[in-house]
Design a protein around this ligand. Sequence first.
Ligand code: FES
Ligand SMILES: [Fe+2]
Length: 430
Amino acid sequence: MVSAWAAVVAGLGAAVMLAARGPEERAGLAACAAGLLAARWLYRLFFSPLELLRSPDDVGYAAERGRSKALAANEARRRRRLGELPPVYPNGWYRVLDSPNLRREEVKHVSVLGEQLAVFRGRDGTVYVLDAYCPHLGANMAVGGRVKGNCIECPFHGWQFRGKDGKCANIPYTEKVPKVAKVRRWPSCEVNQQILVWFHCDEAEPQWAVPEQEEITKAQWVYQGRTEHFVNAHIEEIPENAADIAHLGHLHIPGIVSGADLRYHYSRLWDFVRHRWKVEWAPESEPNSHCSKMQLEHSLTVFGSHWSLLDFHVEARQVGPGLVFLRFTHGFLGRGVLLQSVTPVEPLLQCVSHTMFYQAGVPAPVPKFILKAESIQFERDVWIWNNKMYISKPLLVAADSSILKHRRWYGQFYSENSPRLQHRRDALDF
Ligand code: FES
Ligand SMILES: [Fe+2]
């Protein structure tokens, strides 16, 4: 979009310059065009949110020269050893969409947890989530279906299903609607400008609520951007990072200036910038035993001297298997939250979103810088996750003890009937 705009400006500028008569006139016009571009850049820096949406093979794969990243990703996925995996879909809340992306009387197709869902907003403004496949003849109601009141109408023969319970409310060419005509309704909620669904392998109702971040609801903290990554790993590997204290002192030490690519991030050129982390992780007690907390202190050294301007505190509160609230507090640059959501698309493909809300009034470059910095550090983890195997009985030392505590804590989200990986496909082409 930016480059298209820049091309239009450059094209117009070139046309006007060709029409200009003297060198002075041309220089004036060139300065004018540069000024316009600079104004556009500044506007975006200060007023537009940062949106960085990565495709599934974008990050975490090393492509040999002359080969595409997609090919490298497919080969890595096909050849890797998986290990003895826990069940693939833990019970809990998962983000499926952001609220502003679903208008009243609009339906969206969402593919999560190996299922196809129709997520729609009724006339009453409430969000409903139903299985997308119509039980009549199997049409996908999220593809071409229409919202009628608080029902979804199938595009094939016009049957209508109620959002609140999934029951068929009307068959346009039949008087009597059979009682068995219904689709699965998924419990859903809308909190912190996100739409979430509840998954339980036995279809049990929600066992806890998604906490509201009051500052978002009251618009004291405002949207400043979002990143999205796809991770090829078992879901549990991602939150386990919080309890893996030792990896922070290795993988995340090099300054973000040296980037995310693990082949180059230990660059000698940038060795003078180093992050320091002090971390503690612990589960919470009843009634919040489905939550855990990581307390993290960050500091930065440049040529060995401490830059206190970049000291900040993060409290990362994990809520259930797929949501984390990373609350930032900085001495004078204010407060905000990064909402991290990890939603399984398939057993070994997680969609990870980080959405930044930050104190209104703080200049946008501050939260956008934090979001970008976090994204670089996160992408280093993606490199690890995309290529590692899961080890059910890891070889740990005493200092790694919180990893085992984390596995015990996370085990509460699996139950007897939790789905397991059934088979491996031979080809997983993106
Ligand atoms: S397939 Fe949906 S109404 Fe026939
Ligand atoms: Fe990490």
